[in-house]
Design a protein around this ligand. Structure first.
Ligand code: KG4
Ligand code: ZN
Length: 348
Protein backbone atom coordinates (compact mmCIF):
# COMPACT_ATOMS: atom_id res chain seq x y z
CA UNK A 1 0.00 0.00 0.00
CA UNK A 2 1.30 3.45 -0.98
CA UNK A 3 0.40 6.31 1.33
CA UNK A 4 0.96 10.04 0.95
CA UNK A 5 1.75 11.70 4.30
CA UNK A 6 1.08 15.38 5.04
CA UNK A 7 2.49 17.10 8.14
CA UNK A 8 1.54 20.73 8.89
CA UNK A 9 0.99 20.80 12.67
CA UNK A 10 3.51 23.55 13.44
CA UNK A 11 6.31 25.24 11.48
CA UNK A 12 7.45 22.47 9.11
CA UNK A 13 5.67 21.42 5.92
CA UNK A 14 6.53 17.73 5.51
CA UNK A 15 5.27 15.65 2.61
CA UNK A 16 6.34 12.04 2.00
CA UNK A 17 5.34 8.84 0.26
CA UNK A 18 5.59 5.51 2.08
CA UNK A 19 5.10 2.09 0.50
CA UNK A 20 4.34 -0.82 2.86
CA UNK A 21 6.33 -3.17 0.57
CA UNK A 22 9.23 -0.94 -0.46
CA UNK A 23 9.60 1.56 2.40
CA UNK A 24 10.04 5.31 2.03
CA UNK A 25 9.80 6.33 -1.66
CA UNK A 26 10.14 10.12 -1.30
CA UNK A 27 10.39 12.59 1.56
CA UNK A 28 10.44 16.41 1.36
CA UNK A 29 10.53 19.04 4.05
CA UNK A 30 10.15 22.80 3.94
CA UNK A 31 11.05 24.59 7.17
CA UNK A 32 9.43 27.90 8.12
CA UNK A 33 12.12 28.63 10.70
CA UNK A 34 13.43 31.70 8.79
CA UNK A 35 9.90 33.13 8.66
CA UNK A 36 9.35 32.90 12.43
CA UNK A 37 12.90 33.64 13.64
CA UNK A 38 12.46 37.45 13.81
CA UNK A 39 9.58 36.88 16.29
CA UNK A 40 11.53 34.43 18.50
CA UNK A 41 8.87 31.73 18.14
CA UNK A 42 6.15 30.39 15.85
CA UNK A 43 3.46 32.91 14.77
CA UNK A 44 0.39 30.70 14.15
CA UNK A 45 -1.25 32.80 11.43
CA UNK A 46 1.99 33.11 9.45
CA UNK A 47 2.48 29.34 9.79
CA UNK A 48 -0.98 28.58 8.29
CA UNK A 49 -0.42 30.91 5.35
CA UNK A 50 2.99 29.46 4.56
CA UNK A 51 1.63 25.90 4.70
CA UNK A 52 -1.01 26.96 2.13
CA UNK A 53 1.77 28.15 -0.17
CA UNK A 54 3.97 25.09 0.20
CA UNK A 55 1.84 21.96 0.58
CA UNK A 56 0.62 21.42 -2.97
CA UNK A 57 3.98 22.13 -4.69
CA UNK A 58 5.61 19.65 -2.29
CA UNK A 59 2.95 17.00 -3.02
CA UNK A 60 3.75 17.38 -6.73
CA UNK A 61 7.48 17.19 -5.98
CA UNK A 62 7.08 13.98 -3.95
CA UNK A 63 4.98 12.26 -6.62
CA UNK A 64 7.49 13.28 -9.31
CA UNK A 65 10.46 12.17 -7.20
CA UNK A 66 8.87 8.76 -6.67
CA UNK A 67 7.65 8.50 -10.28
CA UNK A 68 4.16 7.75 -8.99
CA UNK A 69 0.80 9.03 -10.24
CA UNK A 70 -1.57 7.19 -7.93
CA UNK A 71 -1.53 6.49 -4.22
CA UNK A 72 -3.68 4.06 -2.21
CA UNK A 73 -4.37 6.40 0.69
CA UNK A 74 -3.69 9.85 2.14
CA UNK A 75 -2.61 10.45 5.75
CA UNK A 76 -2.58 13.88 7.35
CA UNK A 77 -1.76 15.17 10.84
CA UNK A 78 -5.04 15.99 12.59
CA UNK A 79 -3.56 17.03 15.98
CA UNK A 80 -2.23 17.95 18.43
CA UNK A 81 -0.87 21.23 17.05
CA UNK A 82 -1.76 24.73 15.87
CA UNK A 83 -5.39 24.60 14.78
CA UNK A 84 -5.04 26.75 11.63
CA UNK A 85 -1.89 24.97 10.50
CA UNK A 86 -3.55 21.58 11.06
CA UNK A 87 -6.59 22.68 9.02
CA UNK A 88 -4.39 23.40 5.98
CA UNK A 89 -2.94 19.88 5.85
CA UNK A 90 -6.23 18.22 6.78
CA UNK A 91 -8.24 20.07 4.09
CA UNK A 92 -5.66 19.30 1.43
CA UNK A 93 -5.29 15.65 2.49
CA UNK A 94 -9.04 15.01 2.71
CA UNK A 95 -9.63 16.75 -0.66
CA UNK A 96 -6.88 14.83 -2.45
CA UNK A 97 -8.24 11.55 -1.09
CA UNK A 98 -11.74 12.50 -2.27
CA UNK A 99 -10.49 13.51 -5.72
CA UNK A 100 -8.38 10.35 -6.09
CA UNK A 101 -11.17 8.20 -4.60
CA UNK A 102 -8.88 6.62 -2.01
CA UNK A 103 -9.27 6.46 1.79
CA UNK A 104 -7.98 9.25 4.04
CA UNK A 105 -6.74 8.78 7.58
CA UNK A 106 -6.27 11.34 10.38
CA UNK A 107 -2.95 10.82 12.15
CA UNK A 108 -2.05 11.71 15.74
CA UNK A 109 1.21 13.69 15.58
CA UNK A 110 2.70 12.08 18.71
CA UNK A 111 1.76 8.56 17.60
CA UNK A 112 3.61 9.31 14.36
CA UNK A 113 6.67 10.51 16.33
CA UNK A 114 6.68 7.37 18.44
CA UNK A 115 6.45 5.12 15.37
CA UNK A 116 9.21 6.98 13.43
CA UNK A 117 11.99 4.62 14.65
CA UNK A 118 10.08 1.84 12.80
CA UNK A 119 11.32 3.41 9.56
CA UNK A 120 14.91 2.51 10.52
CA UNK A 121 16.76 -0.78 10.21
CA UNK A 122 16.33 -3.12 13.22
CA UNK A 123 13.09 -1.57 14.46
CA UNK A 124 11.99 -2.33 18.02
CA UNK A 125 9.41 -5.02 18.75
CA UNK A 126 6.48 -4.33 21.08
CA UNK A 127 6.12 -4.06 24.03
CA UNK A 128 8.45 -1.15 24.76
CA UNK A 129 8.61 2.07 26.75
CA UNK A 130 8.59 5.26 24.68
CA UNK A 131 10.09 8.56 25.76
CA UNK A 132 8.34 11.28 23.74
CA UNK A 133 10.28 14.52 23.93
CA UNK A 134 9.21 17.36 21.65
CA UNK A 135 8.45 21.07 21.80
CA UNK A 136 5.00 20.47 23.26
CA UNK A 137 5.24 17.08 24.99
CA UNK A 138 7.39 15.16 27.47
CA UNK A 139 5.84 11.78 28.15
CA UNK A 140 6.76 8.24 29.11
CA UNK A 141 4.37 5.76 27.50
CA UNK A 142 4.11 1.98 27.61
CA UNK A 143 3.46 0.72 24.07
CA UNK A 144 1.88 -2.71 23.55
CA UNK A 145 0.85 -2.20 19.91
CA UNK A 146 -0.46 0.52 17.66
CA UNK A 147 -3.06 2.41 19.68
CA UNK A 148 -2.27 0.41 22.84
CA UNK A 149 -0.72 3.19 24.88
CA UNK A 150 -0.53 3.56 28.66
CA UNK A 151 0.70 6.90 29.94
CA UNK A 152 3.32 6.29 32.64
CA UNK A 153 4.32 9.90 33.31
CA UNK A 154 4.48 13.36 31.76
CA UNK A 155 5.62 16.90 32.39
CA UNK A 156 3.40 18.81 34.78
CA UNK A 157 4.52 22.11 33.20
CA UNK A 158 6.99 22.86 30.36
CA UNK A 159 8.00 20.21 27.82
CA UNK A 160 11.72 19.38 27.51
CA UNK A 161 11.93 21.03 24.06
CA UNK A 162 10.16 24.11 25.38
CA UNK A 163 12.76 24.31 28.20
CA UNK A 164 15.57 24.15 25.60
CA UNK A 165 13.85 26.90 23.57
CA UNK A 166 13.39 29.14 26.63
CA UNK A 167 16.99 28.58 27.78
CA UNK A 168 18.15 29.55 24.28
CA UNK A 169 16.07 32.73 24.35
CA UNK A 170 17.59 33.74 27.71
CA UNK A 171 21.06 33.18 26.20
CA UNK A 172 20.17 35.33 23.16
CA UNK A 173 20.18 32.34 20.78
CA UNK A 174 17.73 32.09 17.86
CA UNK A 175 14.60 29.92 17.62
CA UNK A 176 14.38 26.90 17.68
CA UNK A 177 16.72 26.80 20.62
CA UNK A 178 17.36 23.08 21.15
CA UNK A 179 20.03 22.60 18.48
CA UNK A 180 21.58 26.01 19.35
CA UNK A 181 21.90 25.21 23.07
CA UNK A 182 23.33 21.78 22.20
CA UNK A 183 25.92 23.39 19.91
CA UNK A 184 26.93 26.01 22.50
CA UNK A 185 27.12 23.34 25.22
CA UNK A 186 29.95 21.60 23.35
CA UNK A 187 32.29 24.46 24.34
CA UNK A 188 30.97 24.61 27.89
CA UNK A 189 31.86 23.13 31.27
CA UNK A 190 29.24 21.70 33.59
CA UNK A 191 30.17 24.09 36.39
CA UNK A 192 26.68 25.16 37.49
CA UNK A 193 24.69 22.76 39.68
CA UNK A 194 21.22 23.27 38.21
CA UNK A 195 18.35 21.43 39.92
CA UNK A 196 17.31 17.99 38.63
CA UNK A 197 13.57 18.58 38.86
CA UNK A 198 11.42 15.85 40.49
CA UNK A 199 14.29 13.35 40.55
CA UNK A 200 13.97 12.80 44.27
CA UNK A 201 10.24 12.28 44.08
CA UNK A 202 8.74 8.89 43.33
CA UNK A 203 6.86 8.49 40.05
CA UNK A 204 7.53 9.22 36.42
CA UNK A 205 6.34 12.82 36.02
CA UNK A 206 8.64 15.65 34.96
CA UNK A 207 8.81 19.37 35.69
CA UNK A 208 11.07 21.77 33.81
CA UNK A 209 9.78 25.23 34.79
CA UNK A 210 11.96 25.50 37.93
CA UNK A 211 15.03 24.76 35.84
CA UNK A 212 14.12 27.68 33.60
CA UNK A 213 14.07 30.04 36.62
CA UNK A 214 17.44 28.66 37.80
CA UNK A 215 18.93 29.39 34.36
CA UNK A 216 17.63 32.96 34.48
CA UNK A 217 19.13 33.47 37.96
CA UNK A 218 22.50 32.04 36.85
CA UNK A 219 22.61 34.35 33.81
CA UNK A 220 21.70 37.40 35.93
CA UNK A 221 24.41 36.59 38.50
CA UNK A 222 27.06 36.25 35.80
CA UNK A 223 26.10 39.39 33.89
CA UNK A 224 25.85 41.89 36.75
CA UNK A 225 29.14 43.69 36.11
CA UNK A 226 29.65 43.02 32.39
CA UNK A 227 27.79 41.32 29.55
CA UNK A 228 27.74 37.51 29.80
CA UNK A 229 31.04 36.18 28.44
CA UNK A 230 31.07 33.52 25.71
CA UNK A 231 32.53 31.01 28.19
CA UNK A 232 29.86 31.78 30.80
CA UNK A 233 27.12 31.34 28.16
CA UNK A 234 28.61 28.01 27.08
CA UNK A 235 28.85 26.90 30.74
CA UNK A 236 25.17 27.76 31.30
CA UNK A 237 24.22 25.79 28.14
CA UNK A 238 26.33 22.75 29.13
CA UNK A 239 25.06 22.73 32.72
CA UNK A 240 21.44 23.16 31.58
CA UNK A 241 21.72 20.34 29.03
CA UNK A 242 23.33 18.06 31.63
CA UNK A 243 20.42 18.70 34.05
CA UNK A 244 17.76 17.91 31.40
CA UNK A 245 19.60 14.82 30.18
CA UNK A 246 20.16 13.40 33.67
CA UNK A 247 16.49 13.95 34.52
CA UNK A 248 15.26 12.22 31.35
CA UNK A 249 17.72 9.32 31.62
CA UNK A 250 16.89 8.65 35.29
CA UNK A 251 13.14 8.61 34.61
CA UNK A 252 13.64 6.28 31.62
CA UNK A 253 15.56 3.82 33.80
CA UNK A 254 12.79 4.04 36.37
CA UNK A 255 10.11 3.40 33.72
CA UNK A 256 11.96 0.31 32.48
CA UNK A 257 12.41 -1.00 36.02
CA UNK A 258 8.73 -0.38 36.81
CA UNK A 259 7.44 -2.12 33.67
CA UNK A 260 10.09 -4.86 33.58
CA UNK A 261 10.72 -4.03 29.90
CA UNK A 262 14.16 -3.90 28.26
CA UNK A 263 13.43 -1.76 25.18
CA UNK A 264 13.24 2.03 25.15
CA UNK A 265 12.18 4.02 22.09
CA UNK A 266 13.00 7.72 22.12
CA UNK A 267 11.19 10.04 19.71
CA UNK A 268 10.37 13.71 19.05
CA UNK A 269 12.62 16.71 18.32
CA UNK A 270 14.70 16.51 21.53
CA UNK A 271 15.62 12.89 20.73
CA UNK A 272 17.94 14.38 18.07
CA UNK A 273 20.12 15.63 20.97
CA UNK A 274 23.50 13.88 20.77
CA UNK A 275 24.27 14.11 24.48
CA UNK A 276 20.89 12.60 25.38
CA UNK A 277 21.42 9.73 22.92
CA UNK A 278 24.91 8.98 24.22
CA UNK A 279 23.95 9.07 27.92
CA UNK A 280 20.81 7.03 27.42
CA UNK A 281 22.65 4.40 25.39
CA UNK A 282 25.51 4.10 27.88
CA UNK A 283 23.27 3.98 30.95
CA UNK A 284 20.70 1.56 29.55
CA UNK A 285 23.38 -0.73 28.08
CA UNK A 286 24.74 -1.12 31.60
CA UNK A 287 21.22 -2.22 32.65
CA UNK A 288 21.00 -4.72 29.75
CA UNK A 289 18.39 -2.61 27.92
CA UNK A 290 18.41 -1.29 24.33
CA UNK A 291 17.63 2.22 23.07
CA UNK A 292 15.99 2.82 19.68
CA UNK A 293 15.71 6.15 17.88
CA UNK A 294 15.43 7.47 14.35
CA UNK A 295 17.96 9.46 12.33
CA UNK A 296 17.82 13.19 13.30
CA UNK A 297 15.69 14.18 10.26
CA UNK A 298 13.00 11.72 11.39
CA UNK A 299 13.15 12.89 15.04
CA UNK A 300 11.94 16.41 14.31
CA UNK A 301 8.67 17.02 12.43
CA UNK A 302 8.48 15.32 9.02
CA UNK A 303 6.01 13.86 6.53
CA UNK A 304 7.58 10.37 6.51
CA UNK A 305 6.37 9.52 10.02
CA UNK A 306 2.83 10.65 9.09
CA UNK A 307 2.84 8.50 5.94
CA UNK A 308 4.13 5.51 7.94
CA UNK A 309 1.67 5.86 10.85
CA UNK A 310 -1.21 6.49 8.42
CA UNK A 311 -0.26 3.41 6.42
CA UNK A 312 -0.41 1.22 9.55
CA UNK A 313 -3.85 2.58 10.43
CA UNK A 314 -5.13 2.15 6.84
CA UNK A 315 -3.80 -1.43 6.73
CA UNK A 316 -5.81 -2.06 9.89
CA UNK A 317 -8.93 -0.90 8.03
CA UNK A 318 -9.36 2.58 9.46
CA UNK A 319 -10.43 5.58 7.42
CA UNK A 320 -11.83 9.08 7.98
CA UNK A 321 -15.36 10.08 7.00
CA UNK A 322 -15.74 13.17 4.79
CA UNK A 323 -16.19 15.80 7.56
CA UNK A 324 -12.78 17.15 8.57
CA UNK A 325 -11.90 17.19 12.27
CA UNK A 326 -8.65 18.56 13.70
CA UNK A 327 -7.72 18.86 17.37
CA UNK A 328 -5.33 21.33 19.03
CA UNK A 329 -5.23 18.93 22.02
CA UNK A 330 -5.63 15.18 21.65
CA UNK A 331 -4.56 12.69 24.37
CA UNK A 332 -2.48 9.84 22.93
CA UNK A 333 -4.17 7.31 25.24
CA UNK A 334 -7.58 8.08 23.68
CA UNK A 335 -6.56 6.51 20.35
CA UNK A 336 -8.22 3.24 19.35
CA UNK A 337 -6.15 0.06 19.07
CA UNK A 338 -5.41 -0.82 15.45
CA UNK A 339 -7.58 -3.92 14.95
CA UNK A 340 -6.88 -6.65 14.12
CA UNK A 341 -3.42 -6.23 15.61
CA UNK A 342 -2.00 -9.23 13.78
CA UNK A 343 -2.58 -7.67 10.33
CA UNK A 344 -0.40 -4.69 11.18
CA UNK A 345 3.28 -4.85 10.37
CA UNK A 346 5.23 -2.63 12.69
CA UNK A 347 7.96 -1.92 10.14
CA UNK A 348 8.52 -1.66 6.42
O1 KG4 B 1 9.11 17.12 17.50
P1 KG4 B 1 9.43 18.51 17.14
O2 KG4 B 1 10.16 18.77 15.84
O3 KG4 B 1 8.13 19.40 17.10
C1 KG4 B 1 7.11 19.24 18.04
O4 KG4 B 1 6.28 18.31 17.84
O5 KG4 B 1 7.14 20.00 19.02
O6 KG4 B 1 10.27 19.10 18.35
C2 KG4 B 1 10.75 20.41 18.34
C3 KG4 B 1 11.54 20.66 19.64
C4 KG4 B 1 11.97 22.10 19.78
O7 KG4 B 1 11.67 22.52 21.10
C5 KG4 B 1 13.47 22.03 19.53
O8 KG4 B 1 14.19 23.04 20.21
C6 KG4 B 1 13.81 20.65 20.05
O9 KG4 B 1 12.74 19.84 19.63
N1 KG4 B 1 15.08 20.12 19.49
C7 KG4 B 1 16.16 19.83 20.23
C8 KG4 B 1 17.17 19.40 19.32
N2 KG4 B 1 16.64 19.43 18.05
C9 KG4 B 1 15.35 19.87 18.19
N3 KG4 B 1 16.37 19.91 21.55
C10 KG4 B 1 17.59 19.55 22.01
N4 KG4 B 1 18.61 19.16 21.21
C11 KG4 B 1 18.44 19.06 19.88
N5 KG4 B 1 19.46 18.65 19.09
ZN1 ZN C 1 6.56 17.04 16.50
Amino acid sequence: MRVLGIETSCDETGIALYDSERGLLADTLYSQIGLHQPYGGVVPELASRDHIRKTLPLVREVLTQAGVERVDGVAYTAGPGLIGALMVGACLGRSLAYAWNVPAVAVHHMEAHLLAPMLEENPPAVPFVALLVSGGHTQLVRVDGIGCYTLLGESIDDAAGEAFDKCAKMLGLPYPGGPEVARLAEAGRETIAFPRPMLNRAGLDFSFSGLKTAVLTAIRERSQQAPLSDQDAADVAASFQAAVVETLVTKCRRALAQTGLKRLVMAGGVSANRRLRAELEATLAADGATVYYARPALCTDNGAMIAYAGCQRLLAGEQEPLPITVRARWPLESLPAAEPLTSVTLHG
